[in-house]
Unconditional design. Sequence first.
Length: 394
Amino acid sequence: MKFSKRIIDMQESPIRKLVPLSEETKKNGKKVYHLNIGQPDIKTPTEFMDSIKKYDEEVLSYSFSEGLPELIDSFISYYKTYDINFEKDEILITNGGSEAILFSILAISDDGDEILVPEPFYTNYNGFSSSAGVNVVPITTKAENGFKLPTKKTVQSLVTDKTKAILISNPGNPTGTVYTSEEMNMLRDIAKENNLYIIADEVYREFIYDGFEYRSFATFEDIKDRVILVDSISKRYSACGARIGMIGSKNKDLIKQILKLCQGRLCVPTLEQIGAANLINVTPKYFNEVVAEYKKRRDVVYNALSNMENVICKKPHGAFYIIAKLPVDNAEDFVKWLLTDFDVDGETIMLAPAEGFYSTKGLGIDEVRISYVLNEESLKKSMKILELGLKKYS
């Protein structure tokens, strides 16, 4: 039996494809510190669980395709704290940020169209695009200069008559980059001049350090009709398993079109929406503590990497990821070796090979993404394992 070209061409997740190897390592008695996936260990706010526990209906019914009204209202109130003013018919609730990205791509692109994406990028951008018949055109950035965007001339040269949008994560996954006003203005201008959408994936907006400032593309008044804001509660509230995301846009006609896709999958799970709607009552104290905690973890990992011989990385100022260039020929082989052949006192680590976060062939082959979502003590142990592993591997 044959498979579709669409599914064959779709890449495996570099974050998850080595999971069977890590599970085998655990069966053999080793402890594995998972630095490969952005699964926070921060406690989910009690507001989420408490709201679900109060649900006492006899029938667990379908929700509205566009989402529960109280959850939409909750998102509206949340965005007002960032001077983003959405109306009820400008928001759609999705099954996580992933569905929001896929639906956005499907709504604005046809088979063979192109989307510009700064690379390295969240690997599913490539998976979602290829499954929709859309080509990712990379805007290449480099670890050596902190993954800053290239010049306007360089980005403009990538635009063709097939280009439909710029898709960007800010703060960035997997780089932790926080884009400057100058970089955002440049992308704004390119979108205006070439009649492009901007799909703004801003799920890490709370996690910004070192006095850097966050600005949403949704606050650009002159491109409000072409900005598609993608969001999720997964990282913000450490509620990855809830799978609650959102699409927001001032382009009401676009929202009406995306609603067709929402109707096709019926609805987002009702109980999770009920829990998510109550998260608006989480106090700022929660975020202040979480951001301070992640900054400490960032410093543990970055300082350790900076002191490792021949390791290249710039300090990330957002999200909870670091891309590091290692002194190895092939990072995936090294990651496998750490799992199968190396340990320190019965403990080892799992990293995400970074090649899968690039679209350009050959890039990222010697890089890894490190997710600093574990507690400080675990991160310190992990960095020591990495340091000793690199010395032995080389």
